[in-house]
Design a protein around this ligand. Sequence first.
Ligand SMILES: [Zn+2]
Length: 456
Amino acid sequence: MNTEPLHILAVKMRMAQLPLEPKDFMVKHDLAKRCVKFADEALLAYKKLGAAREIIKVLQAAFKAAHEKVLAKEEEIDELQLKLDSAEGSERSLRSEVVDLQAKVTAADPEVGLDIANSNDLQSRLDRVLEDNERLALDKTMLEQALERSEAATNHYKAIARSRQHDLDSIREIIGDAHRFPLATHFDSTPAPLRLLDTEPNSRPLPRASIKPIATPLRNTLGPASVDPFETRQGVPRTAPSNTARVRGGIRSPVLSPIRPEGVQLLPHLVTPAPLQLGDTEPMAPTPSRVATVRRGSRPPKGTPRKGEIPADDIEWILHVPNQYGADFVPFTDLPMATEVPLRNLFEQAFQVKPNSKYTDKQARQHSAYVHMVRIASRSEQARGGWCVNEKVFHAGRTQRAPDGHACARCVSAFHPCARVVAHNDCYVLCFFPLPDQQRGREVDWQDMGFWIIQP
Ligand SMILES: [Zn+2]
């Protein structure tokens, strides 16, 4: 088979003008087959060429995109280069600063040493201050303890002062009482001279029973040791008078020593007896206006009245009559008889005011509570407490302060007149309070019973 290239063979055939012979058909057939094969190859190549063109297009697009990226990167590189340049510039300036600072540090070394020394000095000072602080804290604790002790002592002395004030109030009461009932009324109109010496004939002893109500609280107030510096101790007179006297609380106060002339002996009845407390049983005959209560548990001396038979001290009665500005205080006896008598009877019967030997034990206790309440010596305390008679007589131990200006609820509900000890015109009086506003009738005025109690 002829393997010459086809175009050369075709040229040869045209030049030779070969006749058509069987072998020529074979040649032509072969030629045709080769042509078909060539055409197939050419078609395949054409197809490959198309595909290659597509690929080239894609590659060109990719190349273009990559090129754009490269351009962007180049711009970035330019910017970074600029930054790098400026950073290099600042690095150079920083290096020069560091050099400057190193030079300064080298120059400042001596000063730094000085600062360290100062710091050590400050530390030692701080230590000293801390030590001082601890010491001061200790002092503070001790001072606080001392302060507490002082406060306790202050309270103690305040209590003593209150007790003294109370005694003083009692004495004032008694002096007021003595003013109203002068001692002279207890004496004869032409009395014998008072006996100062045992040898005096036709004389009488000092009236101790009459001055006792004044002397006893006075003595208690002044303190036992300061009353009589010549006081006997176990029957033996003291040879030298003391110039100090111990009073309650442990404080010594100077007391003037009276000068006793040589040879003058104190009479036995001038020697002051042991101090008596207010309310103790009095060994002397009691005056009608001042009868001491019997101390619980002790046997009453002969002739001492029972609780229910002790008369109460006289006390003025007044009425609290409200007006538009406050209140008027009207004498109880200004009431019309039709009101005064039943109100007085009601009060006296409700609280066992009058002494009565036929009282039961309970009634006698109630009477005694009333007597104690209006006793001259206890009036200032009662006025400060603000309790009404009903509270003291029926609710001893759980008393409530009565309301201002009107009767208390307990009196109202018990149908009792509400009366309290109050200070009025420098005097303590028994004041009757009206019903609360809303519990009085509209047409009722102070002269009516309905103004003072609810009438059942
Ligand atoms: Zn009352």
